[in-house]
Design a protein around this ligand. Structure first.
Ligand code: KPL
Length: 312
């Protein structure tokens, strides 16, 4: 495979170009660590206590080309104070992972949360009220082949925002240069909900029926499940105040199914890999909102139970 190697000279730290610590070196963490680093950002991987390596190669395969970059590694025991953090762990690991580095975070440290599902930011804001949290959602296609070795399967879009902040912070300029299709979104809650609604339909169905995203649009018994689920998710979405997202949901789901037809959803990959799924932060979050509005959601309730019975 053709190789492209990057060995950037460490850049000077400024408010526009701070040192980014990556918490969660899975597919999305490595993809963004690699891109930020190759565009000249200082990037350090934050690994678990006990990690002995002081640097690790990040390998990204894309369209038959391999890019390898060696990035510095620190652990919570030997890390300097953190001013800028990117969180890319599994949803259910976020809280403990942040707690493990809590002593390194400073008043007003910046943390970008790029995690599947919803409901995590509220908890983080409660427990670390002094941090500046930014929320992010991405449609990048990437999966891990081995630790820190990822396959980048599809160019997606990354949106970042912070409630009540219209203009991006100084560091965002560097991100928009480093990451293709990376946008500042002054309505990030809507972007997160739009992604959540799609994930509520595609992820549990593909995980339960062990099928690719595309099969949801092809097999008749599955297209019926998709329609029923879209209807229920759309009602809850409407009640939560996202009327446009609710109205467009069936078309949006159909277009994601077509656009990612050969993908296996992240939830199906978790089930196949014997890992815990993120269902509590996807369907589970949706059901908590349904309860607030007194909406019956029998189909979603059955799905979450099936996933927990069969896959956890
Ligand atoms: O986000 C996804 C996921 O798998 O988690 C979709 C959009 C369904 C693509 O597979």
């Amino acid at each position: 495979m053709p190789q492209a190697a990057f060995n950037p000279i460490p850049p000077i730290l400024t408010a526009q170009n701070p040192n980014w610590y990556i918490l969660g070196a899975g597919a999305i963490g490595c993809l963004n660590a690699g891109r930020l680093s190759s565009s000249g950002c200082n990037v350090t991987l934050l690994m678990r206590k006990g990690t002995l390596q002081t640097s690790l190669p990040i390998i990204i395969d894309r369209d038959g080309t391999r890019t390898t970059q060696r990035l510095p590694v620190v652990t919570p025991d030997n890390c300097k104070p953190i001013s800028h953090l990117l969180i890319t762990t599994k949803a259910y690991d976020v809280h403990d992972a942040v707690a493990s580095i809590g002593h390194l975070l400073r008043k007003n440290s910046t943390a970008v949360l790029m995690v599947n599902g919803m409901g995590i930011a509220e908890q983080l804001r409660k427990d670390w009220p002094h941090l500046h949290f930014y929320l992010s959602t991405t449609t990048e296609g990437a999966y891990s082949i081995a630790p820190q070795h990822i396959q980048h399967t599809g160019q997606g879009e990354t949106r970042i925002g912070r409630q009540g902040q219209n203009a991006p912070p100084p560091w965002f300029h560097q991100w928009s240069r480093a990451i293709d299709s990376c946008f500042w979104d002054d309505n990030i809650e809507s972007a997160l909900w739009a992604k959540l609604a799609v994930n509520c339909v595609i992820n549990p169905l593909t995980a339960l029926h062990n099928c690719s995203n595309g099969e949801l649009g092809q097999r008749q018994e599955l297209t019926e499940h998709v329609a029923t689920l879209c209807n229920e998710v759309s009602n809850i979405t409407h009640a939560a105040g996202f009327e446009q997202i609710a109205a467009a949901l069936p078309q949006r789901v159909a277009s994601v199914i077509a656009g990612t037809a050969r993908n296996r959803s992240s939830m199906l990959q978790d089930v196949e890999g014997g890992r815990r799924t993120e269902i509590d932060y996807i369907t589970g979050f949706l059901l908590r909102v349904a309860d607030q509005f007194g909406i019956d959601a029998p189909y979603n309730r059955a799905l979450i139970q099936d996933i927990k019975n069969n896959a956890h």
